[in-house]
Design a protein around this ligand. Structure first.
Ligand SMILES: [Zn+2]
Length: 473
């Protein structure tokens, strides 16, 4: 008897072992399939080509943004998804107008033109331009030190550079972006008449980098024009100021803010075969700045997200849960699309279990960062070996993405694709964010990496963490 029990026990063990083994083998084969399909027969690069070269920069509220809505919707409709639709959202409309112009004028000697670009949302200079003395600061915190006496009537020049020693370049960006976003609002409180912000880039070149800024609650008459200056000209301006603090800076911009206009998030889904009410979102943002064609930010994320759904259809992997691609509108200067999507999801009481965003450039994928509980993260970590053949090794707790941020709450796990970021800020929000800066293989590897994670989340799901009140009941 003992023998029989032990035999059954051994057989059960062997059987379970085999089952587990085959499960892992099956996963690894399916990941291989997703990578093969993306690399051998992918569509992401072709889509990006169209978005970048046929449409171009996609500023919220522009004709190009609308063309991108129509193009991506039409392409999603060719994939044989269960549903494709547009979700209306009102977005801000800001236009740059004719190209900005700026020069420095030393106390003696000729003027030199410098490269600037208006920050998104900035008011224009007077029609004849704005001229003034310059005060250089290393950040908003310097304003209090100089006080109104030294700032009033001047142009504040924010010149804190991004730290080159930080390996995570988004940290270096995060350490400087307040100058761009809130620099004008804060300097206006001290009576400054304009602001110039050093471009947020590691590279020393002639390309100014735009980006969003806000005046907060500042009344219209107190709003001052804000521009970014190229890193090379920021260095030049700074050295000139040391020699000649009385020099003048002149700039002219005719950008303009309009009333909000109608736009859309583009959405498509494959309905889950077993748990259709459990929703997995994969997305990027459709809008971009206008200086380049928005290939890295975030055309890459858009086409990779579309490719995830295409890979599921093409591979015949039928998801158990609903997989939804969301192409968000207006991430750059308002986040209206991300907020609207979350708002509608809450209204409909939808159950989102996972959201993955790609908005860090189309470079070689290294892994993901997660916004998850310890238990959820542990489960994700158990999948790490499956990614090893593709050199995907970065699995860390941390932020996810701006557009999916508003979905946070309850049991949802949020994630961001983390590509190599060393060259990202050379292109970010500048004229150099163009199609030729995106490498086909790198883009396709990113799409397959995303599809692999979505495949695993769909297959295994996440255990629902009981809420405190449920446990008490
Ligand atoms: Zn972006």
């Amino acid at each position: 008897m003992k023998k029989i029990i032990s035999l059954i026990f051994t057989m059960t063990l062997a059987f379970t072992g085999q089952a587990q083994m085959s499960m892992q083998e099956q996963d690894s084969l399916n990941l291989r399939k997703l990578f093969d399909m993306s690399l051998l027969n992918g569509q992401s690069y072709e889509w990006l080509d169209h978005l970048s070269n046929q449409i171009g920069g996609r500023l919220s509220g522009s004709v190009n943004a609308q063309r991108a809505v129509e193009y991506t919707k039409a392409e999603l409709e060719t994939l044989g998804l269960d549903k494709v639709w547009l979700q209306p959202v009102m977005v801000p409309k800001w236009t740059r107008g004719v190209q900005e112009y700026a020069y420095v004028q030393p106390s003696q000697g000729p003027t030199t033109t410098v490269n600037i670009t208006a920050l998104g949302g900035s008011v224009a200079t007077p029609e004849t331009g704005l001229r003034g003395k310059v005060i250089e600061v290393q950040g908003i915190e310097d304003l209090a030190r100089y006080g109104k006496e030294q700032i009033e009537g001047k142009i504040v020049f924010y010149n804190r550079p991004m730290r080159p020693d930080l390996i995570h370049t988004f940290e270096a960006y995060g350490g400087c972006v307040d100058q761009r976003y809130a620099g004008a609002k804060e300097a206006a409180k001290y009576g400054a008449k304009g602001v110039i912000v050093r471009s947020l880039s590691h590279k020393i070149d002639d390309n100014p980098h735009t980006g969003s800024m806000s005046y907060g609650e500042l009344p219209n008459e107190k709003r001052i024009p804000a521009a970014a200056i190229s890193t090379k000209d920021a260095e030049y301006l700074s050295s000139l100021l040391k020699l000649d603090p009385e020099m003048d800076f002149y700039y002219k911009m005719n950008c303009r803010n309009y009333d909000d206009v109608q736009s859309y998030n583009v959405i498509g889904e494959i309905t889950g075969s077993e748990f259709p009410e459990e929703i997995i979102v994969v997305g990027g943002h459709l809008d971009s700045w206008d200086l380049g064609d928005g290939s890295h930010d975030d055309g890459a994320g858009v086409v990779q997200s579309m490719e995830v759904l295409r890979l599921f259809k093409e591979s015949g992997l039928r998801p158990k849960r609903t997989i939804r691609v969301v192409l968000f509108m207006n991430e750059e200067n308002g986040l209206r699309g991300g907020n609207k999507y979350a708002e509608v999801a809450r209204e409909k009481n939808e159950n989102h279990i996972f959201a993955l965003e790609s908005d860090a450039g189309g470079f070689t994928p290294r892994g993901f960062s997660f916004d998850a509980s310890d238990a959820q993260f542990k489960k994700i970590q158990s999948w790490e070996p499956l990614f090893k053949p593709y050199l995907i090794h970065y699995f860390e707790q941390g932020g996810s993405g701006a557009d999916i941020g508003p979905l946070k709450g309850g049991n949802i796990v949020l994630a961001g694709l983390r590509p190599d970021s060393q060259r990202y800020f050379d292109h970010h929000h500048a004229a150099t964010d163009t199609f030729d800066a995106v490498n086909k293989r790198e883009l396709e590897l990113g799409a397959a990496t995303m599809a692999s994670l979505v495949y695993l989340v769909d297959k295994y799901g996440f255990e629902k963490i009981q809420q405190k009140d449920e446990i008490l009941k």
